[in-house]
Design a binder for this molecule. Sequence first.
Ligand code: 5GP
Ligand code: MG
Length: 178
Amino acid sequence: MQQVTLKDKTFVPYITADRISASVRQLADRINHDLAHEFPLFLVVLNGSFMFAADLLKEVSIPCELSFIKLASYHGTSSSGSVTELIGLTEEIKGRTVVVVEDIVDTGVTIEKLVAVLHKKEVKAVRIASFLLKPEAYKKSIPLNYVGIEIPNEFVVGYGLDYDGLGRNLKDVFVLKK
Ligand code: 5GP
Ligand code: MG
């Protein structure tokens, strides 16, 4: 594995594709065990989690459904604060066990907003599956049920994660060179 340069930054190999697949298979095993009778709806948060979601769901063998969403925040005209909206959700999710599929949880701000929206829609339960987690940065109390690999507080690309739109297609994870 060689280092890669994306625009002005250089990244060095960090997590191999083999280690990624081993970790993804373990997550799928746990999900298959835990949610066998829940008929979960997997909500894949685009764009970053497309590769993780594809690999994970190939190993998920229980009855389930799958939907793809994007998050958008906008500032309302009269109300204060930003509103998080789910784009692309067509399924009725009331009463469902929802598994959010994320590429990475950093501070947790994104996941906290998303979980709040899901609870407003009266889901039965929310589970979080995140390929990566930065435990030193995570400041929220939402339980992260299925975490693939914990990493230090550094910027990574590859396996769906981008730097300025680049690097999503890399099959390994790379970290910013110091
Ligand atoms: P949070 O809201 O948890 O702070 O951040 C979540 C989002 O920040 C992720 O979905 C991702 O888009 C971005 N992010 C956080 N850390 C990284 C990283 O190391 N690399 C890349 N490419 N994106 C990151
Ligand atoms: Mg994400």
